[in-house]
Design a protein around this ligand. Structure first.
Ligand code: HEC
Ligand code: HEC
Ligand code: HEC
Ligand code: HEC
Ligand code: HEC
Length: 491
């Protein structure tokens, strides 16, 4: 056996090793390349999910809108402008100067609605609303206006109030050890002042957006539960809003978190949206009738009454725009162009201050024509509202006189029940902030029913009036039984 014989073997072996190494290197390079490509694709996918240039990493614990504003300065600029106050004919808000005091350091407030229309004081007699009720203004003011309203001085308000006036998402989760609903239940039962200390900001980015994807989300337990009850009443059980709603629905639902009728249920003061039978006024009234809840006892008549508050979501749902798939954000947060970007205007306000973007994307009418159409609807609603309010005030005064005159308890009870209905129906339009625009015919229909309830209430006070059938047991619009032609009680 000679070396040279071995040599080629060795050489072959050597070149074999070389080949293996080469293959390995190539394979390694290739797999590195593939990995790099995969990583790159993943990154692109991630970027497509988060198409935003990020200065800071946002997570589910950051409430401060200024931090979010570093990533989204244009939206943050709009958001900050909700401090502005500007009047429209029936809406917007007027800045009223006031001298700050120790108890209330605000130097500017919104117009008092009680001063504008003292009939409201009669309507709400005995309720905190009769002491202070103002025009609403921009989101930036929601916390301070709630803290300093005189309604806080005349009643012990619960922590539930904060649900719609502050950024409660993180505080709820902290209070509930990570469980949103548990935290909500705890805060509801705190005294207002104690709950207030846990909240730092008015409604903030985190209340409407997922911090990683920026997708819209609902964070308010009141709405999560309310919309599920509503959907169940429509034959859709187990509705989970953040999974099951469409994007266009979410552009309304994020507002429906707060712009709704509500009450505090039971001694737990659980915030509840009365939608388990549906969201038109008859269904809501039927819900309260069954539940037996009353907001207060009327000081002049002893009637157990209900006050409606800002049912924008409910009224909007009865209107032509909702039926056509137009969302709250389409009118109140319209798209605007900023250079090459199309963004949503986060200066949430009256669309009538912004007709060009809020309406003309869909309507080809001129600005003047659009304003005129909106104000025509509002003026018609306002006039009907005034008639309904006169009718209700008349009923209240008649009830007072009938009580003094010792009218039969049966008549009084019936008239009080009708006062409750007349009041709730009127308030549903009065407290709704679009003055009929969101659902014009529905608003006038509700007011006409309110007028009828007041009229039936007055009839009930006539001699023998208490004996007749309750109005909700008669076909709508049927004439009232009972003695006709008897004189009306005096005012
Ligand atoms: C088709 C457009 C449109 C849609 C959709 C719409 N609104 Fe409005 N909204 C208006 C107009 C117009 C007014 C009247 C503003 C005024 O009088 O200055 C108004 C008034 C209001 C006001 C009172 C504003 C003020 O300045 O006094 C609130 C609050 C409001 N809307 C909330 C909502 C909510 C919540 C939704 C969805 C549930 C909604 N709107 C859907 C057009 C719209
Ligand atoms: C379901 C959500 C929600 C709850 C709960 C809620 N608010 Fe409001 N609040 C709103 C909305 C929406 C507005 C703006 C529309 C309006 O004023 O009609 C508002 C407006 C106000 C205003 C300014 C206008 C005015 O009425 O003078 C005050 C003050 C106020 N709320 C106090 C309270 C107090 C006190 C509580 C607890 C008893 C409370 N809110 C509970 C949603 C809510
Ligand atoms: C966390 C509860 C909350 C959410 C969510 C919310 N609002 Fe409000 N909104 C309020 C409160 C409270 C006020 C009244 C603040 C005040 O008067 O100090 C208000 C005021 C307004 C006003 C009156 C502004 C003005 O300048 O007069 C408009 C319009 C409005 N909201 C529309 C919307 C729309 C549209 C959405 C959804 C994109 C929305 N809101 C989401 C609670 C909320
Ligand atoms: C009351 C709810 C609400 C609040 C609070 C809110 N947004 Fe939005 N935001 C919206 C709605 C509605 C859209 C439109 C989303 C859509 O069409 O899918 C939107 C869209 C966006 C978008 C997507 C791009 C665009 O402009 O359409 C960004 C980014 C954004 N918001 C940032 C913010 C930041 C930052 C804050 C806090 C300073 C904030 N948002 C507060 C409701 C809200
Ligand atoms: C996203 C599209 C869209 C936006 C934004 C929009 N509208 Fe409309 N509007 C509609 C549709 C759809 C109808 C239903 C009638 C139709 O099909 O033309 C309608 C109907 C109306 C009507 C007739 C109402 C009735 O009872 O018959 C008026 C008035 C009106 N809009 C005014 C406005 C005003 C004012 C604004 C801005 C505040 C506005 N719209 C914003 C789509 C829109």
């Amino acid at each position: 056996m000679t070396e040279p014989e071995k040599a080629p073997e060795k050489r072959r072996l050597f070149s074999g090793i070389k080949l293996v190494v080469a293959v390995a290197v190539v394979a390694a390079l290739a797999s590195a390349g593939v990995t790099a490509l995969l990583v790159n694709i993943m990154e692109r996918k991630q970027e497509a999910k988060n198409p935003f240039y990020r200065v800071v990493e946002l997570d589910d614990t950051i409430t401060d809108p200024a931090v979010w504003g570093k990533n989204f300065p244009l939206q943050y600029d709009g958001y900050k402008r909700t401090v502005d106050q500007k009047r429209t004919r029936y809406g917007g808000s007027e800045a009223v100067a006031r001298t700050p005091t120790q108890a209330d350091p605000r130097s500017v407030v919104a117009q008092s609605r009680l001063e504008e229309d003292p009939r409201l004081v009669t309507m709400w007699s005995g309720y905190a609303f009769a002491t202070d009720f103002r025009e609403e203004r921009g989101h930036a003011h929601m916390l301070e206006d709630q803290v300093f309203t005189q309604r806080q001085q005349v009643t012990q308000q619960p922590g539930t109030c904060i649900h719609c006036h502050g950024s409660v998402y993180v505080p709820y989760k902290k209070l509930g050890d990570g469980d949103l609903i548990k935290g909500f239940e705890k805060m509801n039962q705190m005294p207002f002042a104690e709950a207030r200390k846990l909240v730092e900001h008015p409604v903030s980015c985190i209340d409407c957006h997922d911090p990683t994807t920026m997708q819209l989300r609902v964070t308010r337990p009141g709405f999560i539960e309310g919309i599920a009850a509503l959907k169940a009443s429509q034959g859709v059980p187990g509705f989970k809003v953040n999974q099951d709603a469409t994007r266009q629905e979410m552009r309304t639902y994020v507002c429906g978190q707060c712009h709704v009728e509500y009450y505090f249920k039971g001694k737990e003061k659980r915030l509840t949206y009365p939608w388990a039978k549906g969201i038109n006024i008859e269904q809501i009234m039927a819900y309260y009738d069954e539940d037996g809840h009353a907001d207060w006892t009327h000081a002049l008549t002893g009637a157990k009454v209900l006050k409606a508050q800002h049912p924008e979501f409910e009224m909007y749902n009865q209107g032509i725009h909702a039926k056509s798939g137009v969302a709250c954000a389409d009118c109140h947060m319209p798209y605007q162009r900023e250079g090459a970007m199309k963004i949503s205007d986060h200066h949430v306000r009256s669309p009538l201050l912004n007709i060009n973007r809020a309406c003309q994307t869909c309507h080809k009418w001129s600005e003047a024509e659009l304003l005129n159409r909106a104000e025509t609807i509002q003026t018609r609603t306002f006039q009907t509202r005034n008639i309904a309010m006169d009718a209700l005030v008349d009923l209240i005064h008649d009830l007072e006189s009938a009580q003094k005159a010792g009218a039969p308890e049966e008549s009084l009870a019936k008239a009080r029940d009708l006062q409750k209905r007349a009041q709730f129906y009127l308030d549903f339009v009065e407290a709704e902030n679009s003055m009929g625009f969101h659902a014009d015919q529905e608003a006038v229909r509700i007011l006409s029913n309110s007028i009828n309830f007041s009229r039936l209430g007055q009839n009930a006070l006539r001699p023998g009036g208490g004996a007749s059938t309750a109005p909700d047991q008669r076909p709508a619009g049927a004439p009232t039984p009972g003695s006709a032609g008897a004189p009306q009680g005096s005012k």
